[in-house]
Ligand binder design. Sequence first.
Ligand code: BES
Ligand code: MN
Ligand code: MN
Length: 462
Amino acid sequence: MNTKAYVDQHKDRFINELIELLKIPSISADKAYKDDVIKTSEVVKSELEKAGCDHVEICETPGYPIVYGEKIIDKNLPTVLVYGHYDVQPPDPINLWDSPPFEPVIKKTDLHPDGAIFARGACDDKGQMYMHVKAMEYMTANDELPCNVKFMIEGEEEVGSESLGWFLERNREKLANDVILISDTGMISKETPSITTGLRGLSYVEVEVTGPNRDLHSGLYGGAVANPINVLCDMIASLHDENNHITIPGFYDKVEELSQEERAEMAKAPFSQTDYNKALDINQEHGEKGYTTNERNSIRPTLDVNGIWGGYTGEGAKTVIASKAYAKISMRLVPDQDWKEITELFKKHFESIAPESVKVEVKPHHGGTAYVTPIDYIGYQAASAAYEDTFGKTPIPQRSGGSIPIVALFEKELNSKSILMGFGLDSDAIHSPNEHFGIWNYLKGIETIPHFYKHFARLKSK
Ligand code: BES
Ligand code: MN
Ligand code: MN
């Protein structure tokens, strides 16, 4: 039976199984959900066993466990390592969800007339990870497995994959592979399939600005002492110039500039600024001068405040000058920026622009390196051929603005390239309220993945 027929025959079960997985709130960022995160790893283990893995284990780490599964059919055949994550983002703000985040429901939308599953993790990444489990089920049940398979599904991606780094260093041999296959990104649209060929890096920091040693009456002291919130706003505002260039000295030194040819190639991807603005309810786009929207959100580095707080934010008014102000800031990085170096440059610069009237502390969080998949690599070609089989079109290579920091580490530690076959849409609201994953996308993913194995085995044996 071919993949399409198998998916058609089993689609109701595939949907229901995913719904069960989505009911467990595996929020890695919040310790209150620890038992649920662990329970999810156990469910993933049993699903991998059911899908035909010969050996599945829960690998303990200093943090959340990694689920490892494998089916080795012939040492002479190539090995595909599937990576995904079973943890999800916190669902907050809960009141903006139309249905509870861990009670999945199927609803139709304009872009998903066949329905989409609404739940936290539906697209990022439980739904996309589970496509691989179902593709494995198809291949083992129909004797269509042309490669060895290893699964490595982690539970800390949304909080920086720290334990996975630890695990990689200790298990290089066990994880040895010819290619890494990941579905944790998106594609342009159902009509225009694309394969993600780049991820941005990341440097995440928190800053703290301290003014007076206690909160003050804003009448008695206002005007005479520095207000840390005012100062923090000034400092943050100064991080971009009038062209929206980032002002940190040295920030752009290692940024790879794309050639005019490469930029022209990028510009061929279908895109409507009007539709983009309309989808976000904005009157005008915004960004670095000299670059298009798609360049700004993929090949250019950024600096954004992710959260800012301090002072009184409760009901009504309170006249106060706070002692402290805080912000969380992310910088998305591109090849060949080094995240540790950028974090240092940020720290040095941010401390240097602080006025004498306040104290500033910069606390680095996590980070990661950008990644690019070359399109002349056979893994990319296998993926491209797989999409041709199921979409009837050659997919467009597209660099994404998101980050999966572990992918660059895979290259360093395991010496393998990653293929990013994402089936989500930008409108799926990952990390936002009402996250969803189109049923069409989910089933198309399951249908396409086995074709990748087939083409990879074929191209590898050439
Ligand atoms: N799956 C996303 C990354 C992603 C989504 C890349 C869509 C490209 C397209 C991943 O789970 C994620 O959210 N990554 C974080 C970084 C991580 C260190 C928390 C991100 O990009 O913010
Ligand atoms: Mn993800
Ligand atoms: Mn995510």
